[in-house]
Ligand binder design. Sequence first.
Ligand code: ASP
Length: 323
Amino acid sequence: MKRLLTIAIAALAALPAFAEYPDKSITIVVPFAAGGPTDKVARDFAEALRKPLGNVAVVVDNAGGAGGTIGAAKAARAPNDGYTLLLHHVSMATSPALYRKLPYKTLDDFEYLGLINEVPMTIISKKTLPANNFAELRKWLEDNRGKINIANAGVGSASHLCGLMLQNALKIEMQTISYRGTAPAMTELISGQVDVMCDQTTNTTAQIEGKMVKAYAVTTQQRLKTPVLAALPTLDESGLKGFNVSIWHGLFAPKGTPKAITDKINAALKVALKDPAFVKSQEGLGAVIINDARMNGPEHKKFVEAELEKWGSVIKTAGQYAD
Ligand code: ASP
């Protein structure tokens, strides 16, 4: 008996200090404003992640600004103990080509924990804009050259890139107005301060349904199937041949977070991605939940490496930079 006890004590002592992870609340940094599309994904995901992590609180910290680079830098510098994570999107792959000085290294400063979803975007406008379909919007944009404002969430954000691609495809330059996220941009669009925006369906679905804004097209090559968005044509079928953008969200931790912890988070992420409430909410908003190898850290990182290449060459060709 005494011997058994000694063995048990020795075994317990050999367990690493993080065996109890998590024993306090976890913070997910969201590098955009509260109430926007990334925030919406993060809050739904945090709720789903909480359960497989033993019901510990998972809270969202909105650190918006500079196209998501401020929040990403904040997470990169946080203690690597598994209690600060980062939920970020395609900007992780676009910012390195856009910012001359980036306050973190995309591939070296993070552990990659898994991809979460892919989200299409929609072209929307203030509701007083006198166009009722994409052809009319195009005509209005042509007639108002030099006077049009387009909102976005800062250099490198999804709305920025989608807006640039739209301007290039239409050959119409617009004046860019940047916000800490597309939630504040949406408020200004609704009140008519700005004219148009391209934003994720996770933000636009409710506003389109509530007729707070007008919607003209989706950015994917296939039409979407959700009740609110199914009637919208694709940009491709509306005359902008080949237009195809949908963005992704992934989960990251500061570099050096112990593997035992990242393994635990990755296992929880896979459970969260199948959580019925998460699946229902995301699918209702037009998002596609990841169901392939990119749910794993190494494949997630490989995917982002490919995205860095892809966006790097698109952006360099366009000659866009920020400081
Ligand atoms: N939709 C934003 C973007 O353009 C991000 C956000 O506000 O969540 O990237």
